[in-house]
Write a protein that binds this ligand. Structure first.
Ligand SMILES: C[S@@+](CC[C@H](N)C(=O)[O-])C[C@H]1O[C@@H](n2cnc3c(N)ncnc32)[C@H](O)[C@@H]1O
Length: 286
């Protein structure tokens, strides 16, 4: 979708200053870089602001945290990310820690989860796990500004902290999302990808009957890698098109539509650049 800057300006006269540069994955460097070919096109951060306009975050950027920039993938296997997580006191974090929980692994800016949390104030809790501390700080700043008590962001390496976190949560784990995870293209870096067997096992051990897993990527090989791991849990999981005939997939079994009602930031950028998003949503047998 291409939206001209003047249309954007008319729709949202108070668009915030740009928070992130437009980016794409560079396979050779595995970094996110500004695309030269986009110099004269409407910039996709504006589309992010537009998609999340009703959160009104434009007026809620602290001078210290406003200019958070994405530069490079981190290596979740490095020693600096191996320390065990300190589990929060859930009753300090959520108003009602017995509500069903959604966990977003690699929550990025956090806008996606904040948007969902605002729509389900009394019925669900939302936990974002993110390995880049600046993003967590900014997301928590927004949570406080919006006075939300059903969403929380933790600086955490999901690879080694997911199990401990969800096993101590007092309520049921209803939904786990893994959305556009860092691709780590080089074969020798595949082990850095967030979806690995131990994480899948932890999800399967914690998800309640009827609980769901939603995964997506704009990188086919990453989506296939995740899909293979969850497809192999067929004894416990079904893909939702088998349970609901109104859910449509393409001939390869990828969901035709995003079932969440809102796109993530990476999804917005990727679709703007013309990429397809490969999505699957599984449900645990009741
Ligand atoms: C490409 S971004 C996608 C962000 C968001 N889900 C979206 O779709 O816009 C992937 C995010 O996952 C985070 N991440 C990567 N490995 C992680 C790990 N082991 N634990 C937690 N977060 C991780 C990265 O820092 C980054 O913010």
């Amino acid at each position: 979708m291409a939206v001209s800057p003047c249309i954007l300006q008319r729709l949202r006269p108070n668009l915030p200053p740009l928070l992130l540069p437009p980016y794409h994955y560079s396979r050779s460097h595995t970094t996110l870089t500004a695309s030269a070919s986009q110099k004269h096109r409407p910039i996709s951060p504006d589309l992010v602001a537009l998609e999340y306009a009703d959160l009104n975050l434009s007026h809620r950027v602290s001078p210290e945290l406003g200019q958070v920039r994405i530069r490079q993938h981190v290596n979740p296997l490095s020693a600096s990310f191996s320390a065990p997580i300190e589990v929060p006191d859930w009753s300090q974090v959520f108003r009602d820690p017995t509500l069903p929980l959604m966990v977003d692994i690699g929550s990025g800016s956090g806008r996606f989860l904040i948007w969902l949390a605002k729509r389900n104030l009394d019925s669900k809790n939302y936990l974002g796990l993110e390995i880049r501390q600046k993003l967590v700080k900014r997301a928590q700043f927004w949570v406080k500004e919006l006075a939300l008590d059903n969403v929380y962001f933790l600086f955490a390496n999901a690879t080694n902290s997911f199990k401990q976190l969800v096993s101590t949560y007092p309520g049921p784990l209803m939904l786990v999302s893994i959305l556009c995870p860092d691709p780590h293209f080089k074969k020798r870096h595949h082990k850095r990808r967030v979806v690995q067997k131990p994480l899948v096992d932890s999800i399967m051990n914690s998800l309640v009957p009827g609980g769901q897993v939603f995964m997506q990527s704009d990188v086919l090989e990453v989506a296939v890698d995740m899909r293979n791991q969850f497809d192999s849990e067929a004894n416990s999981l079904e893909h939702i098109d088998e349970l609901d005939s109104t859910v449509l997939c393409d001939s390869d079994g990828w969901l035709l539509r995003n079932p969440m009602g809102i796109r993530t930031e990476r999804e917005i950028h990727a679709e703007y650049e013309g990429a397809k998003i490969y999505r699957r949503m599984y449900q645990r047998h009741v």
